[in-house]
Design a protein around this ligand. Structure first.
Ligand SMILES: Nc1nc2c(ncn2[C@@H]2O[C@H](COP(=O)(O)OP(=O)(O)OP(=O)(O)O)[C@@H](O)[C@H]2O)c(=O)[nH]1
Ligand SMILES: [Mg+2]
Length: 310
């Protein structure tokens, strides 16, 4: 077993941090580490929270940590900011918001950002989730900002996706546009102390009912994270959804589809890695590409790689 994974199995938090960094940076040991990590997986609950900037995701995460710690559960938080090339920056505000948990051994908080990882941020995030799981965290919370493609990709990797909305923010339009409806397992109306809650809830109900894709009921939970209100119910609904995923036929089908996608993506990444290094190291690959026919060149080099590149 990889020495870092041996240390992770012994609950060495520095090994955990180190392993995530290696994987984030596409270290040569990555696949070896991840295979060993997978061999000691623990099946912790993986919950994603997504929503517009400022919707209250971190505040909710903070409240959920407190709630879960009171139940004796350990919690890892992965904060992902696809808009930032620097990890750390995104978490600055979160550090303040989750400050009370920083000294707690049962809580691990980590931020991730785009850094040219081969499989992209979603891939690196999935690996980080698995590393936290192998360490033995009971619950892994993943917070992502925004409603772009990378958030969608990341949310496809969690067991339960919570979409956080706020009254009167126009978020509902975004849900339609960005394909959020396809990934939402549960809606939270946070900042329920503000006006417009009833209207948003009615809109969401309509949305949920007109969506026949879901094999389970999509709950709508109201929270006021500043007042610690609705957190208990939120966790209850998350737990119910988790039960659906792991203990029903429809849930198993969903897991199977997720796995199929992941396997294809991992293979794609490996092929890409090979083609990339084949072309980069090949003396005949043209330096000057300004006027070439990209289709012809792509086809020629793809065929060449199939013959010579193996
Ligand atoms: N009135 C009200 N304000 C809230 C509530 N929850 C959070 N806020 C405030 O909303 C602001 C943003 O909260 P965050 O938890 O940082 O939101 P976020 O979604 O994590 O923000 P980003 O990570 O920047 O996208 C903070 O000033 C919170 O105090 C709530 O229930 N009611
Ligand atoms: Mg946040």
């Amino acid at each position: 077993m990889h020495h870092l994974v041996e240390r992770i199995a012994k609950r060495d938090i520095r090994a955990l941090a180190k392993a995530i960094t290696l994987v984030e940076n596409d270290h040569a040991d990555k696949l070896a580490i991840m295979q060993d990590v997978y061999s000691i997986k623990k099946n912790g609950m993986v919950v994603g929270l997504t929503g517009s900037p400022g919707a209250g995701k971190s505040s909710l995460v903070n409240r959920l940590i407190t709630h879960l710690r009171a139940e004796g559960k350990t919690v890892a938080v992965i904060a992902v900011d696809p808009t930032s090339p620097f990890s750390g920056g995104a978490l600055l505000g979160d550090r303040v918001r989750m400050n009370e948990h920083f000294a707690d051994d049962g809580v691990y908080i980590r931020s991730m950002a785009t850094r040219g990882s081969l499989g992209g941020l979603a891939r690196a995030t999935k690996d980080a989730i698995r590393i936290c799981d192998a360490f033995g965290f009971d619950v892994i919370l993943v917070e992502t900002v925004g409603v772009g493609q990378s958030e969608l990709d990341i949310m496809k990797l969690v067991d339960t996706t919570v979409v956080v909305l706020t009254p009167n923010s126009g978020d509902v339009l975004q849900i339609f546009k960005a394909g959020i409806m396809e990934i939402a397992d549960l809606f939270v109306i946070n900042k329920a102390d503000l006006p417009g809650v009833g209207k948003l809830k009615a809109l969401l109900r309509e949305l949920v009912h007109s969506n026949n894709r879901a094999q389970h009921e999509i709950a709508i939970v109201k929270t006021i994270s500043t007042e610690n209100s609705g957190i208990h119910e939120l966790w209850e609904k998350i737990t119910e959804h988790h039960h659906f995923v792991f203990h029903t036929e429809a849930g198993k089908k969903r897991l199977s589809q997720q796995n199929q996608m992941e396997i294809l993506e991992l293979i794609r990444d490996e092929i890409w890695r090979e083609i990339h290094s084949f072309i980069r190291q090949h003396p005949d690959f043209p330096q000057e590409l300004a006027t070439v026919d990209p289709y012809k060149l792509a086809n020629d080099w793809y065929q060449k790689w199939k013959i010579e590149g193996r």
